[in-house]
Design a protein around this ligand. Structure first.
Ligand SMILES: C[S@@+](CC[C@H](N)C(=O)[O-])C[C@H]1O[C@@H](n2cnc3c(N)ncnc32)[C@H](O)[C@@H]1O
Length: 259
């Protein structure tokens, strides 16, 4: 949560704009915190340094520097494959849905096989214990969180796919078509289509996800398909499953058809 707070206050970006090293007065001047809260900022900074989550501190005087991790959270114009920052990814993993589910983790571990207390049958995921439904249904009902989630995953995909297409491009040799199953905002498929125009790329996802992608993003030659991966996966030479394993594991009979 400290990292989420740092992202929301723009602390990595403030350190970057101060030339890569910021004193406490530099930060106090840069972050949007009212006077009566400023005395508490050093505690947050200390926590970020001690956990090595985002910042390092010079020994001689208190100067904060970006670490390799927090450099990825700077909101600047240096784009890798359209991804300027992984800050949206941090926010996508700390939504009220995610935090609520995390608070039920120990309950989930302790739950007996026949214990259906907590609003969910045994062996369901902590998310369902907390929210009474699965993540995709919860996001269908909350477009604000859904957008935050898919913006974050999209940022992650743009960064990751930059490495995939530049360093592992050989895996696309001989692939004429690819479907990104549970492809979210289509960032992965668009990156592949741009790098390898001979690959016909499609994205399969749930109706509310495809509906908002089509409104927000240029298609870039990618086809967006509404569907349920548990029922049908369009035939293609290759199937991409990125960050979908938990969804697939819930349905071991997932009918992958890659003819
Ligand atoms: C964790 S996200 C990953 C998104 C994308 N692959 C990425 O890495 O950015 C999982 C995706 O699977 C989609 N999804 C979940 N259940 C699905 C289903 N039954 N059929 C199709 N898509 C589904 C969700 O809407 C979400 O976009």
């Amino acid at each position: 949560m400290a990292l989420q707070c740092a992202v929301e206050l723009g602390i990595p970006t403030a350190v970057h704009r101060a030339g890569g090293a910021a004193s406490l007065p530099d930060l106090l001047a840069a972050v949007p915190v009212p006077e009566h809260r400023k005395p508490y900022l050093p505690r947050l900074m200390r926590f970020l340094v001690v956990t090595a989550a985002a910042l390092s501190e010079d020994n001689s005087r208190v100067v904060y520097r970006l670490t390799p991790l927090s450099r990825l959270l700077v909101d600047d114009d240096v784009a890798v494959n359209g991804c300027t920052s992984l800050a949206p990814f941090v926010l996508s993993q700390t939504t009220r849905f995610h935090v609520g589910a995390a608070l039920r983790l120990s309950d989930w571990f302790k739950q007996g096989a026949d214990d259906d207390s907590g609003g969910a049958p045994a062996a369901e995921m902590p998310f369902r214990m907390a929210h009474g439904t699965d993540p995709w249904d919860a996001m269908r009902r909350d477009p604000v969180v859904s957008k935050m989630f898919h913006d974050g995953l999209g940022a992650d995909s743009r960064l990751a796919l930059d490495f995939v297409v530049n360093q592992c491009g050989a895996v696309f040799d001989g692939v004429g078509s690819l479907v990104d199953v549970g492809g979210g905002d289509g960032s992965s498929a668009r990156a592949i289509a741009r790098a390898f125009p001979h690959v016909k790329c499609s994205v399969l996802d749930l109706p509310h996800v495809i509906g908002s992608v089509v409104v927000q993003q240029p298609s870039d030659g990618v086809e967006y398909i509404v569907g349920d991966m548990m029922s049908f996966i369009p035939p293609s030479d290759a199937v991409l499953l990125k960050v979908c394993c938990s969804t697939c594991h819930q349905h071991p009979s997932l009918p992958v058809n890659s003819e």
